[in-house]
Design a protein around this ligand. Structure first.
Ligand SMILES: Nc1ncnc2c1ncn2[C@@H]1O[C@H](COP(=O)(O)OP(=O)(O)OP(=O)(O)O)[C@@H](O)[C@H]1O
Ligand SMILES: [Mg+2]
Length: 376
């Protein structure tokens, strides 16, 4: 019997077979649309570490908006964000006040929109207002911005100012910003953006393991593949509830089982064995290390990595004084690295004098890549 195609999607931004543990965010957003102007969840800020499912969440909220017959404009922060938004929102970009058309470097005839910074907030508002007029009654406009931590202060100021006016005027609009956890402190500390402090903040954390187990079981058993409860438990626990890891584990376990079944088919139909889970989890961990942890560690100085390795000796939060002594340094010296790592959101300070990893599976990655100590 042919093993069914792999349902898991360990690819950034790609919708998983089951969106696990995010019902409350979807529900809040749906209610925000239904409750009408003034509903708090029409201005949302989604934060979470890499691979926690921010992009996928924006897609999901966009789908919800579309089922309510709203129009959705998705953008990702990078140079020219606000101008891009304006040209996509305006029903007739040619008639926007205050615009100039930059001949594009490629010499394309359309050119790209460029608006004087001071005019951006009002131009964006005008664009939204004209667009809303083209929509039927009760229909609205959702704007989602991904990777918001990369937006320039100028663009964010323009967008926040325009959003504030539109929401205050009870227009049928909603805004969802998504970005890394540093976003909250960076943006909200800027005076011009105090308005965004009133947004409904959704922190995408780990997904409860019961939900993971249920979703894995649905995806596997629902496809007619057998898996024992023990194997399912092992697969579930190895994800730590981290969304990207759920897809990686599912994908590699499935692939291992499919290849094994192809070589030596089981007598009673397709099955995922506990050995498939063990091998798949190992492959998933390696992929996670390469894809998420290595890029983080490789950009750090040697001593900063030493700080992390000193922390990785503990199974949970570490004491800052113990970390300093493991590094063989004074507290003052170690604190320099503690602060740098905190600023980069690689570690967190759960309590006074304690530090813990803020990136899922970084501890495991550091342990697995521990350089071999040469003994003299
Ligand atoms: N709720 C979820 N349940 C199951 N899988 C999920 C969930 N959310 C995301 N995923 C999966 O996790 C992976 C990462 O998702 P996504 O790209 O949305 O994360 P992200 O937070 O945007 O990451 P980055 O910060 O790197 O952009 C994808 O493979 C996606 O299918
Ligand atoms: Mg993303």
């Amino acid at each position: 019997m042919l093993f069914p195609p792999n349902p898991f999607k360990p690819t950034a931004g790609v919708m998983p077979p089951v969106l696990i543990g995010r019902e409350s965010v979807s529900m809040d957003f749906r209610e925000g649309l239904e409750d009408g102007p003034g509903a708090p969840d029409r201005l949302m800020l989604i934060t979470g570490p890499r691979g926690s499912g921010k992009t996928v969440m924006l897609t999901e909220l966009g789908l919800i908006a579309k089922t309510h017959h709203w129009e959705v404009i998705d953008e990702t922060a990078s140079n020219g964000l606000c101008d891009r938004l304006i040209s996509r929102i305006a029903p007739e970009p040619g008639r926007i006040a205050g615009l100039t058309i930059k001949p594009s470097a490629m010499g394309a005839s359309l050119g790209e929109l460029s608006i004087a910074p001071a005019l951006r907030p009002s131009t964006l508002r005008d664009a939204m207002t004209s667009r809303l007029k083209t929509l039927g009654k009760g229909k609205g406009l959702l704007i989602t911005i991904d990777e918001t931590q990369d937006a320039s202060m100028e663009d964010m100021t323009a967008i926040a100012t325009a959003a504030q006016h539109m929401l205050r005027d009870n227009a049928e609009v909603a805004f969802v910003f998504a970005g890394l956890p540093s976003l909250v402190s960076d943006l909200l500390n800027a005076k011009v953006l105090t308005f965004l402090r009133h947004s409904s903040i959704k922190q995408l954390g780990d997904v409860p393991l019961d939900d993971v187990r249920h979703a894995l079981s649905t995806s596997i058993r629902g496809a007619g593949v057998t898996i024992s409860d023990d194997a399912l438990t092992l697969a579930t626990e190895s994800t730590g509830g981290y969304p990207y890891m759920i897809q990686l584990v599912g994908y590699h376990v499935w692939r291992h089982a499919r290849r094994r079944e192809k070589a030596t088919p089981s007598a009673n139909g397709n099955v995922i064995l506990i050995d498939d889970v063990r091998a798949g989890v190992e492959q998933a961990q390696a992929k996670l290390g390469e894809g998420v942890c290595a890029p983080v560690v490789n950009q750090l100085s040697e001593r900063a990595v030493d700080y992390l390795r000193a922390m990785a000796q503990d199974d949970g939060p570490s004491s800052t004084s113990v970390v300093a002594s493991r590094m063989g340094e004074s507290m003052d010296y170690a604190n320099i690295y503690r602060q740098r790592l905190l600023d980069k959101h690689i570690i967190a300070a759960p309590a006074r004098g304690r530090v813990d990893f803020a990136i899922p599976f970084l501890r495991e990655y550091l342990r697995a890549t521990e350089p071999t100590v040469s003994r003299s």
